[in-house]
Design a protein around this ligand. Structure first.
Ligand code: ASP
Length: 343
């Protein structure tokens, strides 16, 4: 070990790791050796960088909850050996993975920085190297011997964001991720400027706890003008369904038609947890502000406040995996577990 600080690079796949497949001609992940050869600059960093690779590396559209468990367990198994972790991940579902992993950790005191790229490492104009270099520098950054960002975060283009506040907003531009409802944790320009007031710290001296339980018996239901009663009713009849993320209009509004109230009320009475998340990205759900959200409140629908859809889904999966009683799940949906919403 040449230097005082060590970072583990966890390669999981995504465009960042891809090249043209000899079989299909389409983009598919390369292997670890071919990939790392494309970033000789890693040797120049004043940080010991080691790497592990998932086998196989995948396109993040194939991610499932077991993949989140694998990421968290890799970090747990190497937790004492490294000062920070960088997870290279496909961008398509990175916001889901960063959110899910944030719920799995308690008493995290080291940086876990997710990043990826819009263009593969081997492409001349790629954003990959810049993202990886910044992410490693952030994962290694300390002040008075302590990590500056002991959170699960996403770095992309020039911004470090709390992982469970991010959304992929662009398939085209290099600034593909955005944190609409929480300020950036750092901005990278000539210097990396941290925003300490926005960064969370675990003040206990308890050891890291990794909770790997998930239950995916939930559905996302997007409302639209003209949505049919039988469609909503069918959703609530899905066998084993335990939760619904209801994507509502504006500040949490929905059609005031009695059939919708009836369907929702029947669902919540049967113990299905329904969480109201807005189709708007900026701002929050305020149930009761308009008459068109009063019915939702009366039907027992919970406010998702300013949570992203990615966070609402993964938080519910985490809670459904850990609690049987809907009331226990609802009590925890109402509070922020790790900075994922502002109540
Ligand atoms: N389809 C790719 C993935 O999510 C896209 C990317 O990484 O940018 O794995």
């Amino acid at each position: 070990m040449k230097y005082d600080t060590s970072v583990l690079l966890i390669l999981t796949g995504g465009t960042i790791s891809m090249g043209e497949s000899p079989k299909t001609g389409a983009l598919a992940p390369l292997d670890k050796e071919r990939m790392l050869k494309l970033i000789p600059e890693l040797e120049m960093l004043p940080v010991n960088v080691s790497s592990v690779s998932f086998d196989p590396m995948i396109d993040s559209s194939d991610v499932e909850p077991s993949f989140w468990v694998k990421i968290a367990e890799t970090i747990r198994d190497n937790y004492d050996k490294y000062d920070g972790f960088v997870v290279l991940h496909g961008t398509d579902t990175m916001a889901y993975s960063a959110s899910a992993v944030s719920f799995m950790f308690r008493h995290l005191r080291k940086p876990v920085i997710f990043t990826g790229a819009q263009l593969p490492l081997g492409v001349l104009r790629s954003d990959a190297k810049e993202n990886v270099m910044n992410a490693i520098e952030i994962a290694a950054a300390k002040k008075e011997g302590k990590p500056i960002v002991p959170e699960v975060a996403v770095f992309f283009e020039d911004a470090l964001m709390r992982g469970n506040r991010t959304t992929k907003k662009s398939t085209e531009f290099f600034n593909a991720f955005y944190s609409y409802n929480y300020p950036d944790l750092a901005k990278s320009g000539v210097h990396i400027k941290y925003a300490p007031v926005h960064i969370m710290h675990d003040e206990t001296d308890k050891p890291l706890v990794v909770n790997t339980k998930f239950d995916n018996n939930l559905v996302v239901l997007t409302l639209f003008p003209g949505i049919r009663p039988d469609v909503v009713e069918m959703v609530f009849r899905i066998p084993k369904l335990r939760a619904v993320v209801l994507k509502s209009f504006g500040a949490g509004n929905a059609p005031s038609a009695p059939w919708l109230y009836d369907a929702l009320k029947k669902g919540t009475d049967a113990g299905i947890v329904v969480v109201n998340v807005s189709q708007c990205q900026i701002g929050r759900v305020e149930m009761g502000l308009y008459e068109t959200s009063l019915n939702l409140q009366k039907a027992g629908v919970l406010s998702g406040y300013d949570m992203t859809i990615e966070t609402a889904v993964t938080k519910l999966m985490h809670l459904l995996g850990n609690y049987v009683d809907p009331q226990d799940i609802m009590d925890r949906m109402k509070i922020s577990l790790c900075g994922e919403m502002t109540v």
